[in-house]
Structure formats: C-alpha cells, structure tokens
Design a protein around this ligand. Sequence first.
Ligand code: PLP
Length: 406
Amino acid sequence: MAHEVDGKKTDQNAPNMATKITHGGRRPEWTGAVVNPPVWRASTHLYENVAAQKSGVKSDSDTKFFYGRRGSPTQWALSDALTDMEAGAHGTLLFPSGVAAISCALMALLNPGDVLMMSDNAYDPSRAFANGTLKRMGIETRFYKPMDTQDVIAQMCGKTRVILLESPGSLTFEVQDVPAICAAAKERGIATILDNSWATSYFFPAIEKGVDISMLAGTKYIVGHSDVMMGSLTSTEKYWKKLRQTAREFGQIFSPDDAYLALRGLRTMAVRLDQHEKSALKIATWLEQQSRVIKVLHPALASCPGHEIWQRDFKGSSGLFSFILDGNEEQAEAFVDALSLFGIGYSWGGFESLALLTHPEKHRSATHWPKNGEAEQSGAVIRLHIGLEDIDDLIADLANAFKNMP
Ligand SMILES: *Cc1c(COP(=O)(O)O)cnc(C)c1O
C-alpha cells in the first residue's frame, strides 16, 4: 500500500503496473530458456540467402533483424517493456541519454518558422537546446509560466507546433495541469511532449492523461543504479513514424550492454520507487519542522505549488525534491559539505542519496525566482535525492549538518 499518500488511495492499476514492470518484454523468442534476454552484440546480421536479405530490406519491422542500428532482442525487450507500461502507447524509442531523446523529439516535429512552447521550469539542457540549435534552425521558443494554465492556453498560436512540458519542474517542483494543457493542444493540432522522468509511468500514466509523447531520462529511475545513461520516447501512433524516422536518420542507437543493464534495473523499479517515495516523504516532513528550513518543495506536501494537481493526477511521488534553506551561499555550501551519506553530484534516481546546491534563478525567463537574499522568503535551494539507505541514518546525517551550520 505504498501508494497511500496524503489520504489518496491506491489505484486499481497499481498491482497491474508492478506486474508489467516485472514481465514486460519477456518474449520467449528473445529470452530462450532463461529469464533475461541475452546481450546480442551485433552490427552485422547474417541472412540465410539473398532472398532473405531482400525481404529484410522490404520489411520495416522494429523487431526483425536487419542491421545493428535497428537493434536486437536486447533493446527490443526493453522498448517493449516501456511501451507496456504506458496505456495508449504505440512504441518506444531508446536513446543514449535523456537529452538525446528530447532533442530528437524536437527535431522530428519542428520546422523552420514554427514556435515551440516550453515550460519555464524545464530541465536546463532542454532550454539550452531550444536557445541554441533550434534557434539556429529558425525555430522560436516561448517559455511559459507553468502554473498559469489559462495563460499557457492563450499563448498557443497558429505557429505553435510543439509544447514541451515538465511536471514537476526541475529544481523547484511545481506541478502543472498537464491534462488541461494537453487537451487544449490536441484541439489545436499541437503535439505535446512530457518530460516524465520524475514520476515515470509508474506514478504518472502520461499518455492516458493526454500527452502525445512521454519522455524519460532512463538514466534516473529505469536504470536505477547510477551506472548507465539512457533516454526513451514512448509515443502514440500519431507521432510514431515521424519520431522513428528521425531517430534513424540521426543514427541513434542504444548499446545492447546498456539495454541489458537498463532492463535489469527496470525489473525492480516498482519496489525501488515505493521505497524512494516512503523515505523521501518522511524526510520532507521532518525537514518542514526544522528551524532553518523556510519551505519544502515536494509535490506531495501542501507547500508545493500545484500540490492539488499532484493529488488529482499522480499515483505517488518519487525520491527527488528541494528545500529552501535559511542561509546565505556560504552557509548552504557548509551545510552540503557537512553531509556524509549524501553525495554531491548531478543526476539522481540511483540507490544512493545525493544533495545539490542549486540556483533556479539562472534558468528562468518567463517567471521570476528570487535570488538568495533578494526577498524575505528567499534562501538557498538545496535539491535532495533520497536513496535507499536507512531513513533514520539519513535524518541523523541531515540533523548533524544543521547542527554544525555556521
Ligand atoms: C537528467 C534529466 C534529463 C536528461 O537525462 P540524461 O540522461 O542525463 O541526458 C532530462 N530531464 C530531466 C528532468 C532530468 O533530470
């Protein structure tokens, strides 16, 4: 009953989902007599004769041998499992990183002269791709205020071709009204891509909620062990061919060894996420009571903007959130340095806890995030990823850092 958060009851789909995570993509023709598909390391696929080779050229199937760039059973099994997890999905493309998945989706759907709308709290490299490559291609990006749904809808214009949503947003965790924005986009023929890395389809069934393309930084919770980079796009039928064609033209391939590790990570994702959820919630509520904490930005807590939307739409919350520390930059640095169980590092989603001093004001253009010291409620934004360590040990580590803070 790990999904019972904030009085919200477990969804009927939850047990179904854990089963899908465990069994998805396990076709006997790929696994043989063993449980996991072997690692098929291959560039050349050999044909029995010329006729077979000719029919291979004609076939456009994703699950037939052709050439290494189209993958092998190791990658197909992972794609299949991810598609299984998204009701309404047609297929899943794999990428060597989350960023590669985002840039491919945008390149597939945008043309010179088009307008892209992007959530102002989107992951910084997504912003960089829009302000760099897309701008160079003659594509304009308009950043929108994630919490003003009416304004987002009002901004959709004849030239808007794609909306890139991210909910909760990077660093500050605002939850936006994804179903309302996607419904309005659909009426206007605008494609929607959701960066669903924080929740995954385990906690947020993106396509069911109206999203066209659900993107995951698989590097985070799919892989789950901080040792592989991976990205994915899970799409409805409408955009599938376009995405697949672009990924092929860019020569995107996810290595079979990495696919093997990612698939192995995926099998335990449900239990890992349940534990990340439980531990993060306990620590977030504990942080709320600490005198040096101004605010906790965790979607399952009332203090987080969009909490009601999280409650309505999500089946749970993961291990990543931020809090605002009452302290200047030096004090915040000392706090993070004093932690011993929390590593200092980018990324998240692994089994280990991480802490990161962030500066959201550097990555905003449509909204204003006050710099530390600028406003009464401003402070240092520290992002935590709560790993699978013992919860009491993590709390003791945080308590010690507060105690020794200058
Ligand atoms: C990490 C991350 C990505 C990018 O994934 P990589 O595999 O690191 O390229 C995209 N979106 C969000 C929200 C992320 O946290």
